[in-house]
Ligand binder design. Structure first.
Ligand SMILES: Nc1ncnc2c1ncn2[C@@H]1O[C@H](COP(=O)(O)OP(=O)(O)OP(=O)(O)O)[C@@H](O)[C@H]1O
Length: 325
């Protein structure tokens, strides 16, 4: 449904000269600096996929999304959205896409939300009865009723984001590109946006590409994550696969009923895990899931006494992402 093939984007910006007569010299001979923002990027996103697109600041995320939506032309390589080029078939591709930039609203600042929707519906040639039906449906899912007649500038950030998501859905696109849709929101507002996106993906089968710096968005919503850094893709796979590849340990704390038999001599033996703390009735073990599974660890640990209670702590997703970057 969405493919990027050998996608490249190099920006050429004029160098600003310093010193006397700099302006005149710049006019006579311009010097340019090249910056490769996206470097040989390849991926395919299937219908109904929910993909997280992450990377540090300046990694090339926005540049990639702008090429996917047709706002920017690639220096080389190509994009296909349902077989169409967003650069050459702009109008047909735009009809399939909904786009939300969290930092920038596409609504008219001084107009009531309702008026913005009417303008957008006219631009997208949405029929009046379809708009009515869509607004009733989105109104319920996103709680638009409380601010439909309020000018956009008076909305809270959470309300504005909900209003923007509805705006992106008015023409019922199959694909959504979301750039930081939860930025700056409090926990409750984030949860409400996430609930909506989850429904769109699972119940309405929308394909979603989500850019975010909030790792909870990724963990709660995405099955797959694409990591970009310095314009190049560093990882493309499942969230679980990323955990395993990075190799941060899972920590298991085992409490025994009575004294634990792990002691003298045992410490010298080779195990596929590390014992990081050993007390009378408690052991703390660290292991990598690529080396051994939790059930095998428990079988081995069960040899040192009767296990009363087990607690497992998976590596923190934020730490994993930092390692990938
Ligand atoms: N119009 C432009 N002209 C020149 N350089 C640009 C332009 N747009 C982006 N860049 C550069 O390309 C690189 C990638 O930028 P991009 O905005 O795609 O990153 P990003 O991953 O979206 O970052 P962020 O998370 O900060 O939004 C950066 O070094 C940026 O300075």
């Amino acid at each position: 449904m969405i493919t990027a093939t050998n996608l490249n984007k190099t920006f050429r910006t004029p160098v600003v000269r310093q010193g006397r007569m700099a302006g005149l010299r710049s006019l006579l001979s311009r010097e340019y600096r090249s910056k490769t923002a996206v470097n040989d990027v390849n991926f395919t996103i299937g219908r109904g996929d929910f993909v997280g697109f992450i990377g540090p600041n300046g990694a090339g995320k926005s540049t990639t999304i702008k090429m996917l939506t047709g706002i920017l032309h690639p220096t080389s390589g190509e994009v296909r959205i349902s077989g169409l080029s967003p650069q050459r078939d702009r109008r047909r591709v735009v009809a399939k896409l909904g786009v939300v930039f969290g930092q920038r609203s596409q609504l008219w600042w001084d107009l009531p939300v309702r008026d913005s929707y009417e303008i957008l519906a006219a631009m997208y040639r949405v029929r009046e009865e379809d708009l009515k039906r869509k607004l009733a449906e989105l109104g319920e899912l996103l709680g638009l009723g409380e601010f439909m007649d309020t000018p956009v500038r008076k909305l809270s950030l959470g309300q504005r984001m909900r209003a923007d998501l509805a705006a992106a859905m008015l023409h019922d696109p199959d694909i959504l590109f979301l750039d930081e849709p939860t930025i700056g929101l409090d926990v409750a507002a984030k949860q409400s946006i996430r609930g909506f996106l989850h429904k769109l993906n699972k119940e309405a089968d929308k394909t979603i590409l989500l850019t975010t710096h909030d790792m909870d968005d990724i963990e709660q919503l995405c099955e797959r994550v694409i990591v970009i850094n310095g314009g190049t893709i560093g990882y493309d796979g499942t969230v679980e696969g990323m955990r395993q590849r990075i190799g941060l340990p899972t920590i298991m704390t085992i409490r025994y009923r009575g004294a634990c038999g792990f002691a003298g001599g045992e410490a010298d033996k080779e195990y596929p895990f590390r014992v990081t703390a050993a007390e009378k009735e408690k052991l703390v073990l660290e292991f990598n899931r690529t080396d051994i599974g939790p059930m095998e660890v428990l079988q081995l640990a069960g040899g040192w006494g009767e296990i009363a209670d087990v607690h497992m702590q998976e590596p923190d997703f934020e730490d994993i992402v930092h390692r990938v970057y």
